[in-house]
Design a protein around this ligand. Structure first.
Ligand SMILES: [Zn+2]
Length: 448
């Protein structure tokens, strides 16, 4: 009935497994047929909901509107999406089933023979091959996410014999679980479109907080994280971010998908660094840039950064900055400390409110703000990496006219301020003239 999995190795020592953490670690569990699982649940008076690919037993009392009856259908939709992700033909695995326990009182499952002693104490969830256990959650969206996270573990462990480093094990479970419901159906959204889709998940907010406090993980930190590090929401968020970036960024998506279809074993991280065109330094910078601008609705293709070197700006030059995109390489470099000025014009259309189109000039409109600045506002920035500081884009100039000193030797980037979720319906172009200031002595320029 089920794909057989050779003995899985516990990924962390027992004292670590007892630590509180959001999701599961993985060890081998005891085999049970779906029929026996269901029979034991019924004998113990547990409620069982069932779909094609999920049997879920719970001691949660039935409550109107808790969405429990919908979970098997959502799970079956997720199963199809997971098969597509790994290019498996779902009809080849029509008999595959995950056996889950949604637990309020652990003792009831122990007495029913559905929670073996070998399963370590878990705070939120735990998966062993096709079986998983999860504590009940008061929020239906978070309960559904946790179910799908453990379900994705069950899927990858059994159908893909997954035994990868922790960043991929947990990161892919998070990516495959993250979804929105479209008319009650599962739609996989590795990067959620809105906070409403993923109530209580908090990954994006945690990462934003880490970036603001200068403590965001580097890609190297994430790829080298020991299983024991996966005790905090930050660690899960970082693993999710790495897998989301690698599977969605135009520079990595094809190579990453190719290695995901190969062996999911301990050498997975090494295989990542062998994908065509891989450059560890560029990947580290792409990851930092992803975290720097991360928000709901972030689209990796729209925000992909061109890091190429560029000739220095020696005389006034004009640039067209497209609305609806992230940071755009201007094609010229600035010299640290030297002063420059911008003068801009043009209109961008930032979408509609009702029937009215929102239009903006380079100063932006005060109708709506994003990250402390009016939307529609022209921004000029450089990517700054300094020891002891979070790498990121530093905004040097904004609005229709500005004068500024370059922060570093390197390209200048331009964009129109807007939240990632709002970019898709934006159009138009702001024209910018960028000039070296006549007075090139740092600190003597006029600022507006
Ligand atoms: Zn997990």
């Amino acid at each position: 009935m089920l794909a057989t999995v050779a003995a899985l190795v516990a990924v962390a020592p027992p004292q670590v497994l007892a630590e509180p953490r959001p999701f599961s670690m993985i060890v081998s569990g005891s085999a049970l047929t779906a029929e026996e699982f269901t029979a034991r649940a019924h004998r113990a008076g547990l409620r069982v909901v069932e779909g094609r690919h999920l049997v879920l037993a719970t001691d949660r009392p039935p409550r109107d509107g808790d969405g429990l009856e919908d979970l098997p259908r959502v799970f079956d939709g997720a199963f199809e999406a997971w098969c597509r992700h790994y290019r498996l033909a779902s009809h080849d695995h029509a008999d595959w089933r995950a056996l889950g326990c949604l637990v309020v009182e652990k003792s009831r499952f122990q007495a029913a023979g559905l929670l073996p002693d070998v399963i370590p104490d878990f705070t939120n969830g735990f998966c062993a091959n096709e079986r998983f256990w999860m504590t009940d959650q008061s929020n239906p969206a978070y309960r559904r996410h946790l179910l799908l996270h453990e379900g994705a573990h069950a899927f990858t462990l059994t159908l893909r014999s997954l035994a990868t480093p922790t960043w991929y094990t947990e990161g892919i479970a998070e990516c495959l679980a993250t979804h929105r419901l479209d008319d009650g159906r599962f739609v996989n959204t590795p990067i959620p479109r809105s906070a409403d889709d993923v109530e209580q998940l908090g990954r994006i907010e945690h990462l934003q907080k880490l970036v603001r406090s200068g403590r965001a993980p580097t890609l190297r930190d994430v790829l080298n994280a020991a299983p024991a590090a996966h005790r905090s929401i930050e660690a899960y968020a970082a693993s999710w971010a790495a897998v989301a970036m690698l599977s969605g960024h135009p520079r990595y998506a094809a190579g990453f998908a190719a290695i995901e279809r190969g062996p999911l074993d301990a050498a997975f991280t090494e295989r990542l660094t062998q994908i065509e065109g891989w450059d560890t330094a560029v990947a580290a910078r792409d990851f930092a840039a992803f975290l720097d601008d991360l928000d709901y609705g972030y689209d990796l293709a729209t925000h992909a950064i061109d890091w190429k070197a560029a000739p220095p700006l020696e005389s006034a030059a004009k640039f067209a900055v497209a609305a609806g995109r992230g940071w755009q390489h201007a094609g010229v470099s600035l010299t640290a400390g030297r002063r420059y000025s911008t003068a801009s014009g043009g209109r961008s259309q930032l979408g509609r409110i009702g029937s009215r189109e929102i239009e903006s000039g380079p100063d932006g409109i005060s109708l709506d703000w994003y990250r402390g600045r009016p939307i529609g506002r022209l921004l000029a920035a450089q990517w700054v990496e300094e020891p002891g500081r979070q790498p990121g884009f530093r905004v040097l100039a904004e609005g229709s006219e500005a004068e500024f000193a370059a922060a570093t030797d390197g390209p200048v980037y331009l964009r129109i301020n807007e939240s990632p979720a709002s970019l898709a319906d934006s159009r138009g172009v702001i024209l910018v003239t960028l000039s070296p200031s006549p007075d090139r002595e740092a600190g003597r320029g006029r600022s507006r």
